[in-house]
Design a protein around this ligand. Structure first.
Ligand SMILES: [Zn+2]
Length: 385
């Protein structure tokens, strides 16, 4: 089950008020550390030379470099803290006397259907940083203007019910402006079921080892959040073909038990049909696995990725810029495919979510959407009590 994620038993560990320092310390992972590094105000150009991007988009694939990266991340976090302390001292001298307004927090959609991306926004004029605590991890929110935002992916098979989520916002001088504990309400979806017949040599591709090898080859390249947003607005469809299979479909093969869900949507079309980037980003992986055939992954930043599989041809490599509307590959039937089609995925921090809302004007999780303060979450600000 690609990206399947069970509710963590210790999710409640964050059900308490955390200091900014504690939240930042919890950001000890490699990707999170890199994310932090840019929170220091690097002002990275999303389309800068590849050398500066590689370290941010490509996560270390095995534990040894991961540990080193965590140490580097820790150092970066300390440096960031020091830089921030200097900035805070400077800011304190220039700070107006009146207190900063209480940040307004928005979570959409609420309740959250299984298989959906969740957008968390904090409108916080004058604030210096913001983070969320989720499933035992802390993530810094990205800042654009007076708005902080971030995405969470909810797996199609996440158990329905409440899942704790906390949001913190801090002033430039480190004072906590907001600490809010809330919960996502996960709603069950009635996914359709399908049995698929796979005959001939392709049947060997159903082996769990083949599926796991594919998953392990690609997962490091669609998991960590680049601290920039490369796309704007909604995504374009990546292909002109008809959608022939939806996200979430529960699948069994050759009459066996349900073994996975369909982690994306399929577009049908002729072999060789162009596949275009639905939004701008940077290619984080291109390659081939037995199960998925030729594939490519675009990092759109902010933890949002798109993946394209069974291609006859890949037209971009890791590190390349993929501008919205430009060709990145050609439709094919490589890997486990019963005919030419594109398998298209939207991935949020390693979790495959339903791509369809990202194509729809009124449903796409646009972090810059206009929001009515009436719809802000009204709950006790624990930082003020
Ligand atoms: Zn598919």
């Amino acid at each position: 089950m690609n990206g399947m994620r069970h509710r963590s038993a210790d999710a409640g560990a964050y059900g308490r008020r955390l200091s900014r320092r504690a939240v930042l310390r919890a950001l000890g992972g490699a990707g999170a550390g890199l994310l932090l590094a840019a929170c220091g105000g690097d002002g990275l150009d999303p389309f800068a030379a590849p050398s500066t991007r590689d370290t941010q988009t490509v996560a270390p694939p095995d534990p040894q470099p991961a540990q080193q990266a965590a140490e580097v991340a820790q150092e970066q976090a300390q440096q960031t803290e020091q830089t921030q302390q200097v900035e805070q001292q400077q800011a304190a001298q220039e700070m107006p006397a009146e207190p900063l307004p209480t940040p307004l927090v928005y979570i959409t959609p609420r309740p959250t259907p299984q298989g959906h991306a969740v957008l968390i926004i904090a409108d916080a004029p004058g604030a210096g940083s913001a983070a969320i605590a989720w499933e035992g991890e802390a993530y810094a929110l990205l800042q654009e203007g007076e708005r902080f935002f971030g995405f969470i992916g909810i797996d199609a098979l996440t158990p329905p019910g409440p899942m704790p989520l906390s949001i913190g916002v801090w002033a430039p001088n480190g004072d906590q402006l907001l600490w809010q504990e809330t919960a996502l309400d996960i709603e069950a979806m009635a996914w359709p079921q399908d049995n698929i017949q796979i005959d001939g040599p392709n049947a060997a591709l159903l082996a769990p080892e083949v599926r796991n090898a594919d998953f392990e080859a690609r997962t490091p390249y669609q998991r960590f959040a680049t601290p920039e947003r490369h796309w704007t607005g909604i995504f374009d469809p990546p292909n002109e073909g008809q959608i022939t299979a939806g996200y979430g479909e529960l699948r069994s093969f050759n009459g066996g038990p349900i073994s996975e869900y369909h982690s994306g949507i399929d577009f049908a079309g002729p072999s060789g049909a162009p596949i275009i980037a639905p939004g701008s980003g940077i290619v984080s992986w291109s390659g081939r696995t037995e199960r998925r055939g030729n594939g490519i992954i675009i990092d759109h930043g902010a933890g949002v990725f798109t993946g394209y599989y069974h291609l006859s041809e890949v037209l971009r490599e890791a590190g390349d810029i993929a501008e919205r509307g430009t060709a990145i590959g050609r439709m094919g039937s490589t890997g486990l495919a019963t005919g030419p089609h594109l398998h298209w995925e939207v991935v949020v921090r390693g979790v495959t979510v339903n791509p369809v809302p990202w194509l729809r004007l009124l449903e796409a999780p646009d972090p810059m959407q206009e929001l009515d303060p009436v719809n802000a979450i009204t709950a006790t600000n624990l930082a003020a009590t």
